[in-house]
Write a new protein. Structure first.
Lengths: 219, 418, 316
């Protein structure tokens, strides 16, 4: 009888260990798979109708959240500390969609290089703002003050007017210049500049017809 | 004296419309072709240069190609002048004026080709020095305007003076023509060199931006021009009673031979430079000779041209063949056509392709463009035929001043009679 | 023997008086010639181009007085209204003092979207048919600067494509321009602020400047420009974006109308990536100055010796 009990226990221990191993290896595989094969996600921006359209590719800077086509402000869900977020004071690896709580932020794609912690940028204490090195707030409409924390060279270029464009007047005495904020072009979670639909190629109307077989490189 | 001159002009005018049936038929045909060309040009005036095959990529086409070629023909007239006047070759004296009349007709054709190529020919006066703005000496085109008009005036003066003196049965005064003749010798070389410099001076076109272009131009001009003159003089000999020595034709033949060999040599120099160590700058030459990226429109033309020029050269250097006028004529026609292709399609169009941005857009002249070219060539032939028709009787003495007729009413009356 | 004339010598014939027969013959020939000539010129009845005496006699831009210029501008506005059915204002905008323009284009950032090409068309009233575009974007293979391997007519679903980089080319407003040397009538010249302009009422359309340009920057109006009235930018400048007549050369003017009033050129305004930077190179605080001092800058076809004012740069 004793031997039987022992064997059952051993069997139970081994099976638990195996299950755990399988479970964690799945997790590991899943997370690693996502780490290795995370594609560089870039949005494709469609063509504006007006040829002189000077609007930035992402519109106005804002801290908003889309869920099923509705636009939410942060404090609509995160009303107070009761609505759960991850522990602010702990260092947490960037959650993959797998880890996120069901529903919120689940469909977001994260591809910001090694900046994989939400609260490197977001202010845990006030989700409507960003956070600076010393914990002070950065207003939502000045993301450049946030991005320059890490992207110093780019910030210097932006300040000189050579990163991102300047609309309006080259001659400041003539009129106002408009500079863009960072997230008017870059999606902070996958900031690589989006793909654009190009405008049509030059007309070949007056060019003698290209013979078949000598087709120009087209994709 | 002025009165004699005016009578001379009047008689010339009347005599222009008098001739044999052959003359009438020939001039009528040329007139019809010229009018067809004029019709096509009227279309171009209405619709703009869009009806030609020119594009932003190849912005000069057959008009400028023909212009370039014909400037060479004009320059070649000097090839008669040098032996006649400098080397005192008697055989050539007869034909010098005929050659210079060819120069006049050629310059007229050149000016016409430039005019039909302009986008705004109504603004021609912008080129004048005081009322317009003449960008001399910086623009090579301004040099070209000066040398072409100057050459035209030189030849009109020389021919007009010599013919008028012959008409008056007077001895021409050397003072009134020798300095101009000597000037014309230098000037003839310069018209074609300046035309070459139009192309050589363009740093953005590596096919043209080479020192060999100007010598190639001269070499090819002195092949095509005397070649044309050999044929033309035989035609004149056949259809008029004007005596032209075979010796004159053989001197011209020797000029053609030497120039053709020089031309082929320079062509091979060019080919070596382009293809021995091929760089990006050689793409135009590769496009011309071998095709590039599947574009081969010019390849058959240039190889055809080289082939017939080589055949022509072979004919001319074999003494047994070169002595026979039939073979010489074939050689002249072959080299004339070959050089027209080589200078026109083989020089102008490849200079533009690939474009400075690497694009190849092949050029094909359209029907209106071709008709305008044909019209201008016919008009040039018309002018030359007309001038020959006038010059031969004057040179032979048949049309000369009649002292007893001066002062009578008859001299000033009505229309030509038959 | 009298050559082609059997009975009389040429001398006699050319002195002979008029007879009825000769008059009729001459008349018939003259009538035939006149008929042939009118048939040849018959297409001219369709000529729609108006050429007023004032336009024909108009002098070179640099010789015009201010009042004369006002009259010319008024005439041009009338012509535009007649031909394109829009009311435009054409101004003669003089260069700013002490200003010299330069342009930088970051080819690390350009993605080849061609918005600059079409923004330029909208601002500069270039012909839509036949289409004229001042800017040509080249899709280049990475690892090579050989423009002959480039593709001009790429038409992808999205840009940038992975193995390519993009290089837009337009008039470089060279400091040592081959085009202004070529023009036989000085219809194109360099203004004090660096922009190379064309006087569209002086250009004779010989296209020598187009042959001279090492950057293929100039375009010719082979036909009268066709623009729909709703696409016309009615703020025009005489040396810049006014609608050109047929048969003249045009090119990028750094949006002369805009920049001489202190504004950014159209291509800079619409570039989504901010690859284009424009400014006064004499101002040490300008962005163009910053680029020339801090970025890796090179010149396209530098070996041509044209010393462009257009710089290609990439970030460190």
């Amino acid at each position: 009888m004793f031997i039987l009990k022992k064997r059952r226990a051993v069997f139970l221990y081994i099976s638990t260990a195996c299950c755990t191993l399988i479970f964690y290896s799945c997790v590991l595989f899943a997370s690693q798979a996502e780490d290795q094969n995370t594609p560089v996600i870039r949005d494709v921006i469609p063509l504006p109708q007006n040829w002189l359209d000077a609007s930035p590719v992402r519109g106005k800077p804002q801290l908003t959240f889309y869920l099923t086509q509705f636009l939410y402000k942060c404090n609509e869900c995160h009303i107070d500390l009761k609505t759960p977020t991850y522990e602010c004071d702990k260092y947490v690896k960037m959650p993959t969609a797998f880890h996120l709580p069901l529903g919120a932020h689940r469909d977001m794609v994260f591809n910001h290089g090694i900046n994989m912690r939400c609260f490197n940028c977001h202010n845990c204490a006030n989700l409507e703002t960003y956070i600076d090195y010393d914990g002070s707030e950065i207003p939502a409409d000045r993301p450049v003050l946030l991005c320059r924390k890490c992207h110093g060279t780019t910030y210097r270029d932006w300040a000189a007017g050579v990163h991102g464009r300047i609309n309006g007047y080259w001659d400041t005495s003539g009129g106002a210049q408009e500079k863009l904020e960072c997230n008017q072009c870059h999606n902070p979670h996958h900031p690589h500049f989006p793909l654009l639909v190009p405008r049509p190629p030059p007309s070949q109307a007056r060019i003698p017809h290209i013979k078949k077989g000598k087709h120009r490189e087209h994709e | 004296m002025l009165r004699n001159y005016l009578i001379f002009l009047w008689r010339i005018y009347r005599f222009s419309f008098l001739g044999s049936v052959r003359y009438y038929v020939w001039m009528t045909i040329l007139t019809i072709f010229s009018l067809v060309g004029l019709y096509a040009y009227a279309h171009q005036t209405v619709h703009g240069l869009a009806i030609t095959g020119m594009t932003d990529q190849v912005s000069w086409g057959v008009y400028i190609a023909n212009f370039t070629f014909i400037v060479g023909l004009a320059a070649a007239a000097v090839m008669l002048v040098i032996p006649a006047y400098i080397y005192q070759n008697k055989h050539l004296h007869d034909v010098v004026i005929l050659g210079e009349l060819l120069a006049i007709a050629s310059i007229v054709m050149c000016l016409l080709f430039v005019n039909v190529d302009l986008g705004r020919p109504d603004r021609f006066w912008h080129l004048s020095p005081i009322i317009g703005v003449f960008n001399f000496p910086i623009s090579m085109l301004s040099w070209d305007v000066i040398v072409l008009i100057g050459y035209l005036m030189l030849n009109v003066h020389i021919c007009g003076y010599l013919l008028y003196m012959r008409y008056l049965r007077a001895q021409p005064s050397a003072l009134f023509y020798m300095p101009f003749v000597l000037l014309a010798i230098a000037w003839a070389i310069s018209i074609h060199t300046v035309t070459a410099f139009l192309y050589v001076g363009l740093v953005g076109r590596p096919f043209w931006n080479a020192a060999i272009v100007a010598p190639r131009f001269i070499g090819s001009a002195f092949t095509a021009g005397p070649g044309l003159m050999i044929i033309a003089f035989q035609i004149i000999r056949r259809f008029t009673r004007y005596k032209i020595d075979d010796e004159a034709l053989h001197i011209l033949r020797q000029i053609v031979t030497v120039s053709l060999l020089v031309n082929l040599f320079l062509l091979s120099c060019e080919a070596f430079k382009e293809f021995y160590a091929e760089s990006v700058h050689s793409s135009s030459a590769r496009y011309l000779f071998f095709g590039l990226n599947g574009y081969t429109a010019l390849r058959p033309w240039i190889w055809f041209a080289i082939t017939i020029e080589t055949i022509s050269a072979i004919i001319l250097i074999i003494p047994a063949l070169a002595k026979q006028m039939e073979y010489v004529n074939i050689a002249c026609i072959l080299s004339f056509v070959g050089i027209w292709i080589e200078k026109g399609m083989g020089m102008i169009v490849p200079g533009f392709l690939p474009t400075p941005l690497g694009e190849i857009v092949e050029y094909f002249p359209t029907l209106p463009e071709t008709l305008v070219c044909m019209g201008i060539w016919s008009f040039g032939l018309l002018i030359y035929s007309w001038m020959i028709h006038l010059a031969i009787p004057i040179l032979s003495g048949e049309l000369s001043i009649q002292p007893e007729a001066v002062g009578t009413k008859q001299a000033l009356s009505g229309a030509p009679a038959v | 023997m009298n050559g082609p004339f059997k009975t009389r010598s040429i001398n006699e014939i050319t002195y002979a008086p008029l007879t009825r027969r000769s008059f009729l013959k001459f008349g018939a020939a003259a009538a035939a010639a006149y008929a042939g000539f009118s048939v040849a010129l018959s297409p001219l009845k369709d000529l729609k181009e108006h050429l007023s005496i004032e336009e024909f006699l108009q002098q070179h831009y640099e010789r015009l007085t201010a009042e004369h210029m006002q009259k010319i501008l008024a005439r041009i506005e009338k012509e535009i209204e007649r031909d394109y059915h829009v009311r435009a204002t054409v101004k003669d905008i003089k260069p700013m003092h002490g200003v010299e323009y330069a342009f930088a284009l970051n080819i690390g950032k350009c993605i080849g979207c061609r918005r600059c090409v079409y923004g330029c068309m909208a601002e500069n009233n270039t012909s839509r048919d036949p289409q004229i575009q001042y800017i040509r974007v080249l899709e280049m293979k990475k690892g090579s600067q050989n423009v002959e391997e480039s593709e001009h007519y790429y038409d992808h679903e999205w840009v940038p494509q992975a193995d390519k980089y993009y290089m837009p080319v337009q008039c470089q407003q060279c400091q040592n321009p081959p085009c202004t040397k070529a023009c036989p009538v000085k219809a194109t010249w360099q203004e004090p602020d660096g922009i190379i302009v064309v006087d569209y009422n002086w250009c004779i359309g010989c296209r020598y400047c187009m042959a001279a340009c090492p950057y293929w920057a100039r375009r010719f109006n082979f036909a009268k420009p066709a623009l729909p009235p709703e696409d016309i930018n009615t703020d025009m400048a005489y040396l810049g974006n006014r609608i050109r007549p047929r048969g003249v050369v045009e090119k990028c003017t750094f949006c002369l109308r805009r920049v001489r009033q202190g504004m950014q050129p159209a291509c800079v305004e619409v570039c989504p990536t901010g690859s284009r930077v424009f400014g006064n190179v004499r101002d040490p605080k300008s962005p163009i100055h910053y680029i020339l001092n801090n970025k890796r800058v090179y010149i396209f076809k530098e070996e041509a010796g044209t010393i462009p004012r257009f710089y290609y740069c990439f970030d460190v």
